[in-house]
Design a protein around this ligand. Sequence first.
Ligand SMILES: [Zn+2]
Length: 158
Amino acid sequence: MSQITDDIAREILDGQEILFPSVEVWSRLIAEQGLLDDMTVVTAENSHWFSGTLEIVGAHEDLDLGLFRFPIGNSWTPVVVARRGEWNQRVQIHNLRCESCGWTGLVGNPCYWELSIGAPEKEEALNRAFALPLFECPDCSAPFEVRIFWVSPHPEGE
Ligand SMILES: [Zn+2]
């Protein structure tokens, strides 16, 4: 393991610092299971998640994979940040399927309190998320019971 300190952008979101390593630094963090500020980022257990998430983030210019300090213990928590113009929002990326027409897409769901744990402005972040309208299928307008901040423009979530 090696200590990695170079080429990391830092940004304040929801009153909390988020680190955004470059793709090269991410690759090293995964390959070497490296440390950031003496804290483990990628382990054997989560390296598969990191690789898969980086692939999605790398394919979308408006997504970034960052890290924030978990308030308890000594660890980094990864988080995907979606940038939509009006504001940036932490999101959980998952697949969504329309039961009416079969549309399937990759979406960014902001309605999880875990996304901004420890952030001074976490309530504001959640309020923004829950103020979003309920999502409608892009193909047939069928309503979903979820609020979505980001939708992949690529079909089938690829
Ligand atoms: Zn549909």
